[in-house]
Design a protein around this ligand. Structure first.
Ligand code: N2P
Length: 368
C-alpha cells in the first residue's frame, strides 16, 4: 500500500467500488423473493427453479390471508410473487397493489383450467392480475380414534362437531383447532345456520357471532400453520382446517408411524370453496423473474409435483394426468359434482361489511 501513489490508490478504490456496485446490481437482478403460505410447495419447487435459472430465490411464509393482505396493501414488501386468494386478490387489485400479468408473457398459461379461470374472473375481470394456483375446501379434520374414545358415533361429517356445544365440549381435553380465517369461518357459520353466507344483515351476523362464541371455550388454538403438525402428532383431535393441510397432516402421521390417523370430511351442511392465485405486487423489485417463476409453476410437471406433495387440487388442466391417482381420485381433494353442489364460493364484501366481520372475528379471537 505504501508504494501506491495517491492517484493509483484512488483508482483502486474507484475500481473496487465499481465492482461492488456491479455485483450489488447483479445480486439485485438475480434475487427472487416469494411470499407464500407454509406447506404450499413441494420440497424441491423453489430449489429446482434456482438450479435451473441461477436466480437466488428466497421464500417467506404467512399463515393468514389477512397478514398477506395488510403487507401488500402497505407496499414496499419487497416480494416479487405472492399467493392471495381470489377474494383478497380482488381487494388488492382495487387498491392498485398488484401489477397486471400479461398471459402472452407466460408460455404455459394455456395449461390453466378454463372453468377455473372463469370463476376467478369474477374477482379479477378478464383475468388480468391473478393466475389461478390451487383450490380447496375448509372442512373437518379429525383423529377418529381420539374422537371415538370420547363420543361414539360422533358426527364427523358435520359441523355439529364444532357448533353443537354439547358435542364440541367432548373434545375439549384432546384439543380443537381452527384456521385463523374470518373470511372462511364466518360464512361457514352463517351457512350452517341456514343463512346466506354473505348476509349483510346485522342481526344475522350477530347470530353467527353467538354461534362462534359458544365454540370459543373449546378452541385450543387458531394458528393455521400449526394445525398440520398438531393434527399429525395427535396434539389435537379435531380441527376446522384446509383440505390439503389435513391431507399433509395425514401423510406426515403415516410417515412418522406413530399410529395417528387423520381423516377429513367436507361437512354435509356445505362449506366454502376458495381459490388461491399467484400475483405480482405493484412494486415488486423483479417482475421479470416473478413472471419466469409463475411460468415455471404453470408447467404441468411442477404443479403436479406440488399437488402430490401438498394434497391440494391445482388449477392446471394439463397437469391432471401427472397428479397421482391417490390425489386425483380423492373426493376430499377433487370433490364430485354432488358434493360440489353444496359448496359456496368465496366472495368479497363491501368495506363496511368486511369491517363488521373483522370485529366479530376479533371478538371470537379474544373470546368475548
Ligand atoms: C397451505 C395453505 C393453504 C391455503 N398450507 C389456504 N388458502
Amino acid at each position: 500500500m505504501q508504494n501506491l501513489s495517491r492517484t493509483t490508490l484512488r483508482s483502486v478504490i474507484a475500481a473496487s467500488l465499481a465492482v461492488l456496485a456491479v455485483s450489488t446490481a447483479a445480486q439485485a437482478q438475480d434475487k427472487l423473493f416469494i411470499y407464500n403460505f407454509s406447506d404450499y410447495f413441494a420440497e424441491d419447487t423453489v430449489a429446482n427453479f434456482q438450479t435451473r435459472t441461477g436466480v437466488e430465490t428466497r421464500l417467506d411464509f404467512y399463515d393468514s390471508l389477512e397478514v398477506l393482505e395488510t403487507r401488500l396493501l402497505a407496499g414496499g414488501s419487497g416480494f416479487d410473487v405472492a399467493f392471495p386468494s381470489a377474494t383478497v386478490g380482488e381487494r388488492l387489485i382495487q387498491s392498485g397493489a398488484l401489477k397486471p400479468v400479461d398471459p402472452a408473457s407466460l408460455k404455459n398459461y394455456g395449461n390453466l383450467d378454463k372453468e377455473l379461470l372463469k370463476l376467478v374472473a369474477e374477482h379479477d375481470p378478464d383475468n388480468k392480475y391473478l393466475v389461478p394456483y390451487m383450490w380447496l375446501t375448509t372442512g373437518v379434520a379429525y383423529n377418529a380414534k381420539l374422537v371415538g374414545e370420547r363420543l361414539a358415533d360422533a358426527p364427523v361429517d358435520s359441523l355439529d362437531m364444532f357448533f353443537k356445544p354439547e358435542v364440541a365440549e367432548k373434545f375439549r381435553d384432546c384439543g380443537i383447532g381452527i384456521v385463523d380465517a374470518p373470511n372462511e369461518v364466518i360464512p361457514i357459520a352463517l351457512n350452517y345456520l341456514g343463512l346466506d353466507p354473505y348476509s349483510t344483515k346485522p342481526d344475522e351476523l350477530e347470530k353467527a357471532k353467538e354461534l362462534l362464541l359458544k365454540l370459543r371455550p373449546y378452541i385450543r388454538h387458531m394458528q393455521s400453520g400449526q394445525l398440520v403438525a398438531d393434527m399429525a402428532s395427535g396434539q389435537l383431535c379435531l380441527a376446522l382446517m384446509w383440505s390439503g393441510d389435513a391431507g399433509i397432516a395425514a401423510a406426515r402421521a403415516e410417515e412418522a408411524e406413530t399410529g395417528v390417523k387423520v381423516d377429513y370430511s367436507i361437512p354435509q351442511e356445505g362449506t366454502i370453496i376458495s381459490f388461491d392465485t399467484m400475483a405480482i405486487p405493484a412494486d415488486a423489485p423483479d417482475p421479470e423473474q416473478a413472471l419466469a417463476f409463475i411460468d415455471y409453476i404453470l408447467e404441468p410437471k411442477t404443479v403436479a409435483a406440488i399437488s402430490n406433495h401438498v394434497y391440494y387440487a391445482n388449477a392446471n388442466a394439463a397437469a391432471t394426468a401427472e397428479v397421482s391417482a391417490e390425489i386425483r381420485d380423492n373426493p376430499n381433494i377433487y370433490p364430485p359434482a354432488e358434493v360440489r353442489s353444496k359448496l359456496f364460493v368465496d366472495k368479497s364484501l363491501p368495506p363496511r361489511q368486511t369491517r363488521e366481520r373483522t370485529r366479530v372475528w376479533s371478538a371470537f379471537r379474544a373470546g368475548q
